[in-house]
Design a protein around this ligand. Structure first.
Ligand code: HEC
Length: 106
């Protein structure tokens, strides 16, 4: 009886072990700027940064420096909420890099 119970338990433990790979705590998806942008920013700024909902500016025309953008995204401005509460500094830098790359497209 005991052995019969042990087997599914072991299997369960192995499955759990695979799910939370301790080697990669946040994975690559969490710091993928494009993925964060798609999840958090597209709503107001659009895929290409030009949507400009709620009075947002065309991000491709932004003249802010990288440092200023990080500060704006972290602290929020106007109708844009402060992302410092929901994203880590690393994630904010990744999403700002993505925004800055949008402007370099023809
Ligand atoms: C609720 C809508 C909304 C969402 C969601 C949003 N923004 Fe904004 N964003 C705005 C508005 C409105 C402004 C203009 C703020 C102002 O100048 O008053 C703005 C301004 C900006 C600016 C400054 C542009 C400039 O040159 O002045 C950047 C950069 C920016 N957003 C990036 C982001 C990023 C990155 C995200 C996702 C993490 C994001 N925004 C999510 C509404 C939004």
């Amino acid at each position: 009886m005991r052995r019969l119970l042990l087997f599914p338990l072991l299997l369960f433990a192995m499955l759990l072990g695979c799910g939370s790979d301790p080697g990669h705590p946040s994975g690559t998806a969490a710091t993928d700027g494009a993925a964060i942008y798609a999840g958090q920013c597209v709503l107001c700024h659009g895929d290409d940064g030009k949507l400009g909902l709620s009075g947002a500016k065309d991000l491709t025309m932004s003249e802010l420096s990288k440092k200023e953008m990080i500060a704006l995204v972290t602290n929020g401005k106007g109708l844009m909420m402060p992302y410092g509460r929901v994203l880590t500094a690393e994630e904010i830098e990744a999403v700002v890099d993505h925004v800055r790359a949008l402007g370099k497209r023809p």
